[in-house]
Design a binder for this molecule. Sequence first.
Ligand SMILES: NC(=O)c1ccc[n+]([C@@H]2O[C@H](COP(=O)([O-])OP(=O)(O)OC[C@H]3O[C@@H](n4cnc5c(N)ncnc54)[C@H](O)[C@@H]3O)[C@@H](O)[C@H]2O)c1
Length: 252
Amino acid sequence: MKLEGKTALVTGAARGIGRGIAEVFAEQGADVAINDIDITGGAADDVVRWIRSRGRRSMAVQADVSDRNGVESMFEKVWKELGHVDILVNNAGIETIIPFLEITDEQWTRVTDVDLRAPWLCSQVFCRRVIAEGRKANIVNIGSIQAAKILPGRTHYAPAKLAIEALTRNTSAEMTPLGIRVNCVHPGFIATDMTSWIQKDPDILSSVVAQISVGRAGEPRDIGKVAAFFASDESDYVTGQSIHVDGGWIFK
Ligand SMILES: NC(=O)c1ccc[n+]([C@@H]2O[C@H](COP(=O)([O-])OP(=O)(O)OC[C@H]3O[C@@H](n4cnc5c(N)ncnc54)[C@H](O)[C@@H]3O)[C@@H](O)[C@H]2O)c1
């Protein structure tokens, strides 16, 4: 098991890719804290139960990852209940599709706050704690295929996701000498609530899948497996990297 004895915090993990990452991490031996912006609906508790049923420790922790006070208190709660955290996965994200000429200041700010400033903020709060304890750790950022591929209506989302690559390599350059590696996974088309509008439309679905060399949509666990590699000692000479996990979409 790659992550035996490790504790991870996955943001936006009540569903979708975050849940897939949390499940793979638990199967690889990690205890996992499940963050989401709203944990009252039962979805986060369901993930917690799933992880506990595999013999690992887990907890749900509510926070808007773009809010500094919320992030500080999230890490405080997790550290208190599960002990020190070894792995942070910055997965929480939002995507809206709005033509360039129609985007408002508020829409731009919300997307860039959650998709770019929040991973920076969570990483900073996490690294300060880890360094103060003199421990080693790992950060995995979740970007998007849209760091490299143009899809319409994403002039706010795509720049935020491309910037995750720069955030990854610049944070890595400052933090790796202090014992914290930082890497990034760019998902392609993954079957989650975020992409349900594609999955529900047979014409759009078949046109997207036709562009994917592997010939299918990705599953959240496809991202989880690569995130687990980055979070484990198997990748101990890899840092500052971004990898596309997209079934070959951008290269077809
Ligand atoms: N699904 C895809 O095809 C795809 C492709 C490329 C990148 N991504 C990225 O992967 C990540 C996960 O996407 P997904 O498809 O699982 O999306 P999703 O919408 O299914 O799940 C996202 C989760 O994040 C939570 N969240 C949103 N804002 C938050 C906030 N401010 N604080 C805390 N939690 C918050 C949501 O409540 C939700 O549970 C996102 O960063 C997304 O941009 C997804």
